[in-house]
Design a protein around this ligand. Structure first.
Ligand SMILES: C[S@@+](CC[C@H](N)C(=O)[O-])C[C@H]1O[C@@H](n2cnc3c(N)ncnc32)[C@H](O)[C@@H]1O
Length: 257
């Protein structure tokens, strides 16, 4: 992803519904899977700004929810969204590293794009420890409970133009089939699985670049940082459209514990 540290850009939640390629149709499917039969407790590990968790709580009016994320802007936003939907009495959002959270197992669990919670820091540029993540998730779901697990995968054989703007390594991700095997080895039953489609990816990437376009719209073209923001936009666009589009995938697994 492009370096955006120098300029304060609008928060991602202003142009994205979730921090993952996810259509409204797929989100509705995931919410239905998690809320029927109605859960008592819903946990979201690496919840971002909590949109999926809040939708499950809207759909399961007796359920209580808990989300954890290490990003304060996302947790703040999650609290605001819970308040706006009248859910503050049924949900708690915790700002902390997920591995430090001491939660009782829940009957509905969400973990999308957050396997790094249980592995080496992403900055160490090592492959994520998916098996460790799945073991930890297994311990967080009650027998007979359900987990929605989403993780990035290679959806085509990685090539240099695809890996260069990512971590530059072919072993950064697994295939969906390899992840499926680890999921089964961790003791989950795969109820269904699917890859995000190219439209979900295009929408996600366009929303991700939205922070650059929103900044450019809000500032004079001669602002000292305008050139840098235009470059960041262009780097991100090229990274995707000329790089990992159709190669980096996102797999969504609906699992029974
Ligand atoms: C790809 S985003 C997905 C967010 C959300 N699940 C969604 O689908 O919109 C991954 C999230 O994991 C969070 N995260 C990363 N490392 C974490 C850690 N060690 N503990 C808690 N959250 C973490 C990030 O802050 C980010 O919100």
């Amino acid at each position: 992803m492009a370096d955006d540290t120098a300029v304060e850009l609008p928060p991602l939640y202003e142009s994205l519904t979730w921090l993952t390629p996810l259509s409204e149709e797929r989100a509705a499917h995931l919410v239905a899977f998690l809320s029927d039969p109605a859960p008592a407790r819903v946990l979201d590990m690496g919840c971002g700004w909590g949109e999926l968790l809040l939708r499950v709580l809207m759909s399961a009016p007796q359920a209580r929810g808990r989300g954890v994320d290490s990003a304060s802007a996302s947790i703040d936003r999650a609290g605001q969204q819970a308040s706006a939907r009248g859910l503050l009495n049924r949900v708690t959002f915790d700002l902390m590293p997920g591995a430090e959270a001491q939660y009782r197992p829940a009957d509905a669990l969400i973990c999308i794009g957050a396997s790094q919670i249980w592995g080496p820091p992403v900055e160490d540029a090592q492959p994520l420890d998916y098996a460790a993540a799945l073991r930890s998730l297994r311990a967080l779901v009650l027998p007979g409970g359900r987990l929605v697990y989403g993780e990035a995968v290679w959806s085509a054989v990685p090539h240099p133009a695809a890996t260069a703007p990512l971590a530059g390594r072919d072993d950064e991700y697994l295939t969906a089939d390899a992840l499926h095997e680890l999921i089964r080895a961790a003791g989950f039953e795969v109820v269904d699985e699917d890859l995000a489609g190219i439209q979900e990816w295009d929408d996600f990437e366009s929303g991700y670049r939205g922070r650059f376009t929103r900044w450019l719209e809000a500032h004079d073209a001669h602002h000292p940082a305008a050139g840098q923001v235009r470059r960041q936009y262009e780097e991100q666009r090229a990274a995707y459209e000329e790089g990992y589009r159709g190669v980096l995938g996102m797999a969504y697994f609906c699992l029974a514990g």
